[in-house]
Structures are given as C-alpha cells and as structure tokens.
Ligand binder design. Sequence first.
Ligand SMILES: [Zn+2]
Length: 465
Amino acid sequence: MMKRQNRAAVLALCVFSAFAVVDTQTRVTAPSNKYSAADDVKLGREAAQEVRQQMPMLNDDRVDDYVDRIGERLAQQVPAEFQHREFDYTFDVVNLAEINAFALPGGPMFAHRGMLEKAGSEAEIAGVLAHEISHVALRHGTAQASKAGKYQMGQVGAAIVGAIIGGGWGEAVSTVGQLGFGAAFLRYSRDYEKQADLLGAQIMARSGYDPRAMATMFQRIEKESGGRAPEWLSNHPNPGNRAAYITKEAQALRVTNPVNDTRDFQTVQSRLAQMSPAMTSEEAARRAKNGNTRTGTGSTARPSGRVAAPSTRYTTYEEGGLFRISVPSNWREMASENNVTFAPEGGYGAIDNQNVFTHGVQIGLSRNERHSLQEATDEILASLAQSNRGMSRPSGYTRGTIGGRDALRTVVANNAETGRERLTVYTTQLQDGTLFYLIGVAPEGEASAYDSVFQRVATSIRFTR
Ligand SMILES: [Zn+2]
C-alpha cells in the first residue's frame, strides 16, 4: 500500500517535470499601481489602434497565425495571481527590420518582423513574447505611470503612443522631441526588466519552452546592435547579468523535454525571406510624410533660425502645480503631454514631422529609480544621444542648485540637421526621486550669448509641491 502510493507520487512528479518544477523559482511580485486593470485595457486599446494606423503592419495571415499560436500558448500559462480577466493578449507583426517588440497595457503586443527573421529558434521568439507578456501581466506600463506623477488617463495614453510612434519608431531628427514623460512609460526600469525576464522564464517553462532561449535571444540582440544601443534595449534596458540570471532561473525550472518545433519556424522564416525586405524604422519614419504633429509646437514649418534676441524682460509661468519658471518675454510657451518648451518665433518648428527647436529651453520629468543624480543625468543624455546621432559626450558636470535642490549642469555639442548647436542640460531630483530636467538649446555661434539666459531661467525655477 505504502509502496504503491509512493510510486504514484513519483509518476506524478515525472509527468510534471516534463514541463517544470516550480518550487525553486524566483518569486515575482507585481509593483504597486494606482490605475485599475480596466484602465490598462482602455489605455492599451486606444494606443494599439493608433499603432495599427501609424506603423506599417505586416498583415500576413500565415506569419500572424504563427506568432499568435506561440503567444497564446504562453499567455495561457500566466500564473493565476497575475491573471486579469479583462486582459486580452493579442499579437501583431510590424513590418520593420529591427529586432524589437513592445507591449501595451492590457494585452496588445507588437513584434517587429526583424525579430522573427533574426531569431535562431521558435523558443527564442517565445522568449521575447514571454518577456512582453510578463510586462503586461505585471502591469508595468501603468505601474510606471503611477510613479511618474498625477497624470490624467488621456495624458498617459498620449504619452504611451508618443513614446512608441514619436520616439521608439521614428528616428527623431528632433533635438529633444522624443524625450519626456512618454519615454518614461515604455522605457521600463531595470527592476521591471528583471521581473519580466524572470516571470517570462517561468511562463516559458510552464509552456514547455526552454527559458535559456530567452537569454540567447537577448545576447543575439546585443550582438546585432554592433555597439549602438538597439531600439529593444532603449525600452528594455539590460539590468545587468541578464543571461546569467535567466540561465540560473532556467536551471531551477528544469524543463526536461522542451518544445522544439522547428518546422513551422523554418516555414515562416523562409516565407519572410521571400518577401521584399522590411524597411528600417528610420526609412519608414521618413516616408510617413503625413503623420500628425502630436505634440509641441503645432507648427509644421521648418524653424527659420532667424530669431530675435532674448528679451531682457521675463515672464513667469506656473507649470502644472509643479514649478514656476521665468523665461524671456518674447518666448512662446508650448506645452505637450511630454514636456514644456519655451522658444522664440523662428526658433521652433518641425522637420520630417518631428518637432524641433533651435533656440530656447525644454523642461520635463523623467522617471528615475535608485540612481544618483549623475547616473540619472547620464541616462537622460543617453536617451538624447539616441535621437541625436551627432551628439558629443558630456565634458563634465558642474554642481549647483535648482529651486534649492542639488543640481548638475552639463554641456554637450550636437551636430543637428539645422547646424551645430550646444545643449546645456540642468538636472535635479524631486522629493520622490523623479528627475527634473531643463535643456537649453542654441546654435554654437550664439551659445555664449545664451549661456547667461539659460542660467537665469534655471535659477528662476521654484518647485511648488
Ligand atoms: Zn522589457
């Protein structure tokens, strides 16, 4: 009697371990979130609609079905504590060449064609999808928005769309157009990245995929990028030792008989190879001539560069109950969901549908976690450098104060489409750790004249909450 029971137990264990032994896995806890699951669904649905309108969708049933099948298989294995009955996991393929993928709150997910083309196996595709599914299940998008401040749903939605279409997708010509709140929503923190890796590994194992494929896919992405940070890493930063901890988790999960269906995978890859090659995001953005200017200036004309000298009289603005700032009276205020820009007539406009400004200042907030001010500043500069290929490294940091808080000032040169310019970046951290930044922009030839203006503007800042 005892023996038979034991044997039954051993048999049950064997069957189970064909997929995963779950007792030694890392415990993942969803971060706090002040939005409801229904908010996630609403935000994600609206953003997805916009994405489908603005980004080039592959619209190939065979490829879409294949990605759907992998995605569904994984989504069914989201652990019970992270399931939300309103969520609907959907998968679309975007016809762009980069290795990239992104998830919207509530379930809509998008994989770039380049990710399918460059993957070495179905399990590697599953690795990327499981990672994205985990961001959705853990509600990272709105958790991040919760930390960023007191934004209305509409602002959050616009910021998410802006971050994908205005930022991640379009290779911005703009000086600072894509930086701001929007970037913060999709650019997950390293903590969230690690959570998505670990939960993703667990979901893979539960679905019968070897989680180590996620690690090899991420290594592939880093290798492909050839030095320059690929889009994937700009939204999904490597928390450090990524491959090592995924491999460790995979060992704890022990998938002994992993899915290895290469036939469908090869069929899909050769199907993609027969199609005309996907454009890069940069090409696609250039061709998308009729996109709307969503944020900022509202002007579609190129900045003329003919700009009146900054008035010596200053006007004070109150921004969102957060801070007060004084700027030259002949600068116009242009608020967007991402940031606020003050610039003179002729010093702002649009190039290739990207808002740009050649003279003036832009102020915004950026989510920031457990970083020192200098690290947070470096992160802002790195984001800036992604959309400004001609940007130099900072030469150094000067310490000072803004609104009574410790601040850094750093100067970088930039080779913009409108000519050589100088960016003066002021940063400070707010009480909740959020990074507050002010970026002054002026053409190199006028930079010294604008120095004192930027300094006076920065000094005028008073935090009001
Ligand atoms: Zn991620």
